[in-house]
Design a protein around this ligand. Structure first.
Ligand SMILES: C[S@@+](CC[C@H](N)C(=O)[O-])C[C@H]1O[C@@H](n2cnc3c(N)ncnc32)[C@H](O)[C@@H]1O
Ligand SMILES: [Zn+2]
Length: 273
C-alpha cells in the first residue's frame, strides 16, 4: 500500500530522503524518517505533544499493557493482513509489535502509521527502525483525510484514537478488518479516584461504527500496579491530563504505588455488505 499524494491523489513513491508522486509533488522526510502530508489548512490540529508521546513511551515500554498487546497480536496473526494502517498510531508501540510478529510468522506485512502529531511520529519512526521495520511508512495526516487509495488496506488498527467511519470504509478492502480498542467504563478507575473528588466513568461504546458490522466484541480486564515513577506518565497519557488542575495532578506525588483497573473493549468490525 503506497501512500497517496495529498495534492493530486497519485501514488507516492518512497525515496531515501523524500516521497514523490508522478506529477512531481514532493514531500521531504524528516530526519527520523516520517513524512508530513498534512495540508496547510489542517496544520492547526496538533494532536498529542512530545511530552505526551514521551510519557506514553515510558509507560508502554514498561509492559503494563502487554496483555492487550498479546491479544491484538493474536487477532492480527489470525487475519494475516498484507497491509496495515494504524490510525492515530501514537508512537507505534502496538503496530510495530504486531508487524514484527506477523513477519516473524512468514507474512510480508507492510505497515503504515498515521497520526496528526509530528512530535509523536518521530518516536514511531525511531522505534520501527529499532524493531527491524525500517520500511514502515509514518505519515502526518488527519483521520478525516487518510493518505491511502480506495480499498487498499487489509487491516485498520484504531486504538484509543479518533474514528472516522466513512474514511475508514473508503480505504478498507471489502473483507478487511477494522480492529478498534476503546477504554471501558472502569478503565483507570482507581487512578481517577486518586485525582478527582467525583470521578466519572467512561461512556460505554458497544456498537460498530456506522457502515460496519460488529464481527466480534470482547472485553479485557486486568489490574496493574504502577509505582510512583510511572504514575505521572500514566496520567499524562490520558485525555484527562489537559482538563485537570495542577493541584489535582499533584495528589499523585503523595502516592508510592497505585493498583488500578484497566479495562478495554476490543471490537473486530467488517464493512457492511
Ligand atoms: C490516546 S492516543 C493513542 C495512540 C496509540 N494508538 C496508542 O494506543 O498508543 C491518540 C492518538 O490520536 C492522535 N490524533 C488525535 N487527533 C487525530 C486526528 N484528527 N487525526 C489523526 N490522529 C489524531 C493523537 O495525536 C494521539 O497520538
Ligand atoms: Zn501529486
Amino acid at each position: 500500500m503506497n501512500l497517496i499524494c495529498p495534492v493530486c491523489g497519485g501514488e507516492l513513491m518512497p525515496e531515501p530522503k523524500r516521497y514523490l508522486c508522478k506529477k512531481g509533488h514532493s514531500f521531504d522526510r524528516a530526519k527520523s524518517g516520517y513524512v508530513n502530508l498534512l495540508q496547510r489548512q489542517s496544520r492547526r490540529q496538533r494532536g498529542d505533544d512530545a511530552e505526551m508521546a514521551k510519557a506514553r513511551q515510558v509507560f508502554l515500554n514498561a509492559g503494563y499493557y502487554q496483555k492487550l498487546l498479546d491479544r491484538i497480536c493474536a487477532i492480527t496473526l489470525n487475519e494475516k493482513p498484507a497491509q496495515i494502517m494504524d490510525i492515530g498510531c501514537g508512537e507505534g508501540w502496538y503496530s510495530c509489535a504486531v508487524t514484527a510478529a506477523l513477519r516473524g510468522n512468514g507474512c510480508q506485512t507492510q505497515l503504515c502509521g498515521v497520526d496528526i502529531s509530528p512530535d509523536i511520529l518521530r518516536f514511531a519512526a525511531v522505534r520501527a527502525k529499532q524493531q527491524g521495520i525500517p520500511d514502515a511508512d509514518w505519515a502526518v495526516a488527519s483521520v478525516n483525510h487518510l493518505p491511502a487509495a480506495e480499498k487498499s488496506c487489509d487491516c485498520i488498527l484504531n486504538l484509543f484514537a479518533p474514528c472516522e467511519p466513512q474514511e475508514f470504509l473508503r480505504i478498507l478492502k471489502p473483507d478487511g478488518l477494522l480492529l478498534r480498542v476503546i477504554p471501558l467504563e472502569k478503565h483507570l478507575w482507581e487512578l481517577k479516584q486518586a485525582v478527582y473528588e467525583k470521578p466519572y466513568e467512561n461512556k460505554p461504546v458497544t456498537d460498530a461504527p456506522e457502515g460496519f458490522v460488529l464481527a466480534s466484541y470482547e472485553s479485557l480486564h486486568d489490574t496493574i500496579t504502577v509505582p510512583a515513577e510511572h504514575l505521572k506518565a500514566l496520567f499524562a497519557m490520558t485525555p484527562y491530563v489537559h482538563k485537570t488542575s495542577l493541584r489535582d495532578i499533584a495528589k499523585l506525588d503523595q502516592i508510592d504505588s497505585l493498583t488500578t483497573t484497566v479495562s478495554f473493549g476490543i471490537m473486530q468490525c467488517r464493512p457492511k455488505k
